[in-house]
Ligand binder design. Structure first.
Ligand code: DTR
Ligand code: ZN
Ligand code: ZN
Ligand code: CA
Length: 438
C-alpha cells in the first residue's frame, strides 16, 4: 500500500537475497523430541486444601462434632470427597464393609488412562475419632490428596502410570478400611500397584517433617522435594504399624509417605531446625475435641501438599502428550503484488495414520511489508480450502502466526498447500516457511 519507493525496493532486494540461501525442498518429517521433559509438578493451592478442611469441619459440627466410623459425619465426609472427584472426571468406587456393627466406607478414585499394570496409589484415612472433628487427624491428609487429585484433573495429566487415590474408613479402629481393601484385592491387582503413598497427619500445629523410611525410591523422592526447599527431614520412627500403609506393606507393596507428628514431644534439637516449641507435642490436640480447623500449621500443610503433588507427578512418570508429527517447507516463495495470481508452497505428508486432527496446527511465516494485503489459505489434499488470514492487520509488517484448524474430515496423507494472494497494490513479500503438525 502507501510506502516510499526506497522501502519497496529494499523489500524486493531483501527477497532476492533471501531467495539465494533458502532451502529448496520441503523439509522431511520433523520427529518430536526424543525425551520430552516431564511436566512440572504444580503448586497445590493452600487455600484450596483449607477450603476442604473448612467443609470437613462444618460436616463435623453439623453431625455431633465428629466424623467417626459409623457416624453420620463420616458418610457426609465421603459424600463430599466423592462429589468433588466425580465432577473432576475420576472413576469413583464406594467400597462398603462392616466394623463394630456399623457400615464403613472406602472411597477409591481412578484417574482414567496410564498403564493399568503399573498403578501409583495415594491414600489417607478420612475418619476421625469420636472425640472430635479430626481436622489434622486426618482431614489434613485427606484434603491434600483430594486437592492433588483435582490438580491432576485440572492439568489433564497423562502420566505413564495409572493414578489411583483412596480415602479409608475406620482407620482409628485399627486400619480396618485399608485392611479390607488390601485383603479383598486379587493378587494380580496387588502386584500392579507399584507404590502406595500414605498421608496421615500432615498439618500438625507444632510440626515435624518426617518421611517414611520404607521403600527407598519413594523415600528419596520426598527427601529430594524437601532438599529443594532447604527443609531438613527426619525418618518417621513411630512404627510401621500405625497407619494405613501397614496393610499395603504387609502385602509386599512398596510404601512411603509423610507425617508431621502426633502425640510425641518435639525435642530441642527438632525445634532448632524446624521452629515451633520444644518440649511440646507435635499435635497437642491429637485424638481430642480441639483437633479443629484451628489445629493446623499452614506452612506444614502447604509444604506437604506440594510434596504430594511432586511425588505423584514424579513417581507417576508424568510425561507430556508427545507432539504430533510435523512437516515443514522452508523454501521461499515470492508473492507477486496485486493483481498477480495466488502462489502456494506445497508440503507432501506421508506416514500419518488416518485423518488430520481437529487441532491441526499450522505455523505460518510470511515476510511482507503490509500484512493487510494478504489472503492466506490452507488447502487440503482434496482441495478443501481453510482460510487462515483474510487481510486483517493493516500496514503491519510480516505474518508470523500459528493457526489451529479443524481438519478432522481430511485424510492426513497427501499434498497440503499454503496458498497466499496479495490482494492490494504496492507492498510485496514472500512465504518464508510454514509447518503443519497433526
Ligand atoms: N495412628 C495414627 C497417627 C500416627 C501416629 N504415628 C504415626 C506414624 C505414621 C503415620 C500416622 C501416625 C492415627 O491416629 O491416625
Ligand atoms: Zn488418629
Ligand atoms: Zn490418622
Ligand atoms: Ca501489495
Amino acid at each position: 500500500m502507501s510506502m516510499s519507493v526506497s522501502r519497496r525496493l529494499a523489500a524486493v532486494t531483501a527477497i532476492a537475497v533471501a531467495g539465494l540461501f533458502a532451502s529448496t525442498a520441503p523439509a522431511a518429517l520433523a520427529a518430536p523430541p526424543a525425551h520430552a521433559a516431564a511436566p512440572t509438578p504444580p503448586d497445590i493451592p493452600l487455600a484450596n486444601v483449607k477450603a476442604h478442611l473448612t467443609q470437613l469441619q462444618s460436616i463435623a459440627t453439623a453431625n455431633g462434632g465428629n466424623r467417626a466410623h459409623g457416624r453420620a459425619g463420616y458418610k457426609a465426609s465421603i459424600d463430599y470427597v466423592k462429589a468433588k472427584l466425580d465432577a473432576a472426571g475420576f472413576t469413583t468406587t464406594l467400597q462398603t464393609f462392616t466394623s463394630s456393627g456399623a457400615t464403613g466406607y472406602n472411597l477409591i478414585a481412578d484417574w482414567p488412562g496410564g498403564d493399568p499394570n503399573s498403578v501409583l496409589m495415594s491414600g489417607s484415612h478420612l475418619d476421625s475419632v469420636t472425640a472430635g472433628p479430626g481436622i489434622n487427624d486426618n482431614g489434613s491428609g485427606s484434603a491434600a490428596i483430594l486437592e492433588t487429585a483435582l490438580a491432576v484433573s485440572r492439568a489433564g495429566l497423562q502420566p505413564t502410570k495409572h493414578l489411583r487415590f483412596g480415602w479409608w474408613g475406620a482407620e482409628e479402629l485399627g486400619m480396618v478400611g485399608s485392611k479390607y481393601y488390601v485383603n479383598n484385592l486379587p493378587a494380580a491387582e496387588k502386584t500392579k500397584i507399584s507404590g502406595y503413598l500414605n498421608f496421615d497427619m500432615i498439618g500438625s500445629p507444632n510440626p515435624g517433617y518426617f518421611v517414611y523410611d520404607d521403600d527407598p525410591t519413594i523415600e528419596q523422592t520426598f527427601k529430594n522435594y524437601y532438599a529443594g526447599l532447604g527443609v531438613p527431614t527426619e525418618i518417621e520412627t513411630e512404627g510401621d504399624g500405625r497407619s494405613d500403609h501397614a496393610p499395603f506393606k504387609s502385602a509386599g507393596i512398596p510404601v512411603g509417605g509423610l507425617f508431621s507428628g502426633a502425640d510425641y514431644t518435639k525435642t530441642a534439637a527438632q525445634a532448632q531446625k524446624w521452629g515451633g516449641t520444644s518440649g511440646q507435642a507435635f499435635d497437642r490436640c491429637y485424638h481430642s475435641s480441639c483437633d479443629t480447623s484451628a489445629n493446623i500449621n499452614d506452612t506444614a500443610l502447604d509444604r506437604n501438599a506440594d510434596a504430594i503433588a511432586y511425588a505423584v507427578w514424579t513417581l507417576g512418570a508424568a510425561t507430556p502428550v508427545p507432539p504430533g508429527q510435523s512437516f515443514e517447507n522452508t523454501a521461499d516463495v515470492s508473492i507477486p503484488d496485486s493483481p498477480g495470481a495466488a502462489v502456494n508452497s506445497p508440503i507432501t505428508v506421508s506416514g500419518v495414520t488416518g485423518n488430520a486432527p481437529a487441532t491441526t496446527k499450522v505455523d505460518v511465516n510470511i515476510v511482507h511489508t503490509y500484512r493487510g494485503d494478504l489472503v492466506v489459505d490452507l488447502v487440503a489434499p482434496d482441495g478443501t480450502v481453510y482460510n487462515l488470514h483474510n487481510r486483517s492487520g493493516g500496514s503491519a509488517d510480516n505474518l508470523v502466526q500459528t493457526y489451529t484448524v479443524n481438519a478432522s474430515s481430511e485424510v492426513a496423507n497427501g499434498v497440503w498447500k499454503l496458498q497466499v494472494k496479495d490482494a492490494a497494490a504496492q507492498d510485496v513479500g514472500y512465504i518464508n516457511s510454514w509447518k503443519i503438525t497433526f
